[in-house]
Design a binder for this molecule. Sequence first.
Ligand code: NAI
Length: 348
Amino acid sequence: LFGLPDQAPHEQVLLAADPETGLRAILAVHSTARGPAFGGCRFWSYDNELAALNDALRLSQGMSLKNALANLPFGGGKAVIIKPAGDFDRPALFAAFGRAVQSLNGAYITAEDVGTTTADMKGMMATTQYVSGIPREGAFGGDPSPKTAFGVFVSIDEGVRRVMGRDSLEGVRVALQGLGAVGWHLAEYLHKAGAKLVVADVNAEKVSRAQAEFGATAVSVSDILGADVDVVAPCALGAVLNSTTIPALRARLIAGAANNQLATAADGDALQARGITYLPDYLVNAGGIISVAREFRGEGEETAVMNEVAQIRGRVSELLDRIKTSGQTPAREADAWARSLLVKPAKA
Ligand code: NAI
């Protein structure tokens, strides 16, 4: 629990329970070396509390790396709320979660993640000031997903140019696993750029819409990772790159929004051994945190935020340069690069 030997342990982890609303939440502050820990709040059904803790710890550590590589003046943290089994009052539950966030006095700042909405964040403003991702009248703010999608899009575009030697996405075949908030916006960007989409989602209606709107080819959820494509973009779940799926991959490039795509560090090596370039999730999916971080600092403006997200392209390019020199896999190189940045930035 206190971190692997080569990794900094978590600074603090709060277990928050409120019997009145049914709240059971874990707020994990991994690192505040660069500034307050910033990362979303997941609302999810877990098999048991240990699974929830494990998720919170893994995700918060990932946020430290993501925020450092994105050059944000924030550390890494994440929260998970265990979805109550029975009926519950959602606004009351999130208000109680907001009180838990507030009790950390700004060491942790929250925002949307899987299972939480802009309405949840807005409601929490009554109980904490440390919340972002809120639509604001006449000001920048709200759903970070389109920004995340844009960051993934520029990463795929750069990866295709560098790894496949193509000069555009025209005709490039991309498999999209998950057509949710990020996946759908990503599909729009890719379609506009001329890519050919192969899609899968557990929600059949989203798949039909993608067929109609983007001329996408539908495949089953069990076949999407092994589809005959150039690029796979995981935009649903974590740990999808593992010893079962990697041997079946046919793509040359993997770049998607889902957090923690590699089941284990060894899976990054297995991808490399198969000649598949994996662009680390926390490098390419930083668009959302860039957006909510700007919003939180009151500096948000659409064009400036999109320009900042577009800089992910340069970092993908730099990573591909670095691995040429170091001979490391992209996953291990990005890890080392991010860890070297877990210090207070010179200019906040
Ligand atoms: P979402 O919940 O809106 O979308 C997920 C989609 O995946 C849904 O359409 C769902 O039906 C589908 N899905 C679930 N299981 C599936 C399966 N086995 N096969 C295919 N599709 C499946 O979530 P969102 O916001 O789009 O996020 C997607 C991923 O990106 C998550 O892992 C999230 O942690 C990560 N992420 C999201 C960010 C954001 O700004 N929303 C920022 C950074 C990471």
